[in-house]
Design a protein around this ligand. Structure first.
Ligand code: HSE
Length: 414
């Protein structure tokens, strides 16, 4: 089986290397050799493994290619190319979560075959788990650490008090971060992946802009201090929860109890916890980024094509189920607030009055003793409240003259 690699960066070259290094084992397991024969790169360099070209037409005009592997990233150009290939009935493997987050339903309706294991959680076979192993379950919830770069940064901040920017640079050097690392930091990359999982579990057609998505860039050492004091860990989670036929989808930094399994997932590792009505909780853990880990998933899809046992998604994107997306404002959960305030009489009572006006009940409170600082930092956690109530409170707090920095909020999952 001949393969063209549309994209030859860290993942593309890792796929070519894996196909060559593990040639014997791959052939033994799927009955034929899978050969990377041509690759597309922006600036091709002489290469001993594979012929590398910069003009996609040189690949498209060839008639000896059995499967195309799209590893270019980006949305529109990749979509046009994959659309054309699938429309012509070709087989495509993609790792492109951003493209799928926007166009998965358009692509699924075409005649060709699309496999996308590497698009979510790198090397973890989570797509296969949802499509096949869990196919009999009603999916009650999915909670995942779906972005390796942000987990790498949060782990370093929490374990060693490392600086945000330096850790991001290290993640970029190691090849974990996206070409545009703001996708990692802003939660967008995790949101793209959550949408793919939510489509497989619920047939939810939402686009990235429609779901709640917040990143990690406002988390600071004070939040890490609070988390430690109250036995929490901070993780950027992608969360899908179904109640009846309403599904909430959200990506945000989250305080989770430090003794849960997912709280112990550190560094670039990803983990996804899925609760099904039959199985209960199952947890999938592994490398979520990096060339080799992603190549593991890409090559597994190529082997499925070689074996001709590629299944149409059984829990496919186009499920005929009546799930709808819960409005962001209707999300109901616990919240954490960090407020920098003027240290004077009456401030605390004004804050709790505003909370009570917004229908929010305090669960815990901490005032960090001041050392040579002009202002005090107050930490609150709330009982379960509606997102719309918290937003109303944050708006009201911002208008108070005793609030000395933009209030910071995180959600809590227990
Ligand atoms: N930038 C992504 C991450 C790579 O850090 O998880 C895998 O999608």
């Amino acid at each position: 089986m001949n393969v063209a690699l549309l994209g030859y960066g860290s993942v593309g070259s890792a796929v070519a290397e894996a196909l060559i290094e593990n040639k014997e084992i791959i052939k033994a397991r799927c009955g034929e050799e899978i050969k990377p024969i041509i690759a597309l790169a922006r600036s091709p360099k002489p290469n001993a493994l594979i012929s590398v070209v910069s003009d996609v037409n040189e690949i498209l005009k060839r008639e000896d290619i059995d499967v195309y592997v799209e590893l270019m990233g980006g949305v529109e150009f990749a979509y046009e190319l994959v659309y054309k290939l699938l429309k012509e009935g070709k087989k495509v493997v993609t790792a492109n979560k951003a493209m799928l987050a926007y166009y998965r339903y358009e692509l699924e309706s075409l005649v060709g075959k699309l496999a996308f294991e590497a698009s979510v959680a790198g090397g973890i076979p989570i797509i296969k788990a949802l499509k096949e192993g869990l196919a009999a379950n009603k999916i009650i919830s999915i909670k995942g650490i779906l972005n390796g770069t942000s987990n790498y940064i949060l782990s370093a901040m929490s374990e060693r008090g490392d600086d945000f920017e330096d850790t991001l640079k290290k993640a970029q050097k190691l090849g974990y971060a996206e070409a545009n690392p703001s996708f990692d930091i802003s939660g967008e990359d995790a949101a793209h992946k959550l949408l793919i999982l939510a489509s497989l579990a619920y047939g939810i057609r939402a686009k990235p802009e429609e779901i709640l998505c917040e990143g990690i860039s406002d988390i600071n050492a004070l939040d890490m201090y609070f988390a430690k004091e109250f036995d929490y860990t901070i993780k950027l989670l992608g969360i899908a929860k179904a109640q009846d036929f309403s599904v909430e989808l959200r990506v945000h930094p989250t305080l989770i109890p430090k003794d849960t399994m997912i709280a112990k997932v550190n560094g670039v590792m990803n983990a996804v916890s899925i609760v099904g009505d039959l199985l209960g909780e199952s947890l999938y853990y592994g490398a979520g980024a990096g060339g080799k880990a992603t190549a593991s998933a890409v090559v597994a899809n190529l082997m499925e094509f070689a074996r001709e046992n590629y299944f149409e998604p059984m829990l496919g994107f186009k499920q005929n189920l009546p799930f709808t997306l819960l409005k962001k404002e209707e999300i109901f959960t616990k919240y954490y607030l960090r407020l920098k305030v003027e240290d004077k009489i009456g401030v605390l009572s004004k804050i709790t009055n505003l909370m009570s006006e917004c229908g929010i009940s305090v669960d815990s409170f901490l005032q960090k003793p001041k050392i040579n600082e002009p202002h005090s930092t107050l930490f609150f956690t709330t009982h379960k409240s509606y997102e719309k109530s918290i937003r109303k409170l944050l708006k009201a707090l911002k208008e108070q003259e005793f609030i000395k920095a933009s209030p910071f909020m995180m959600r809590i999952e227990e």
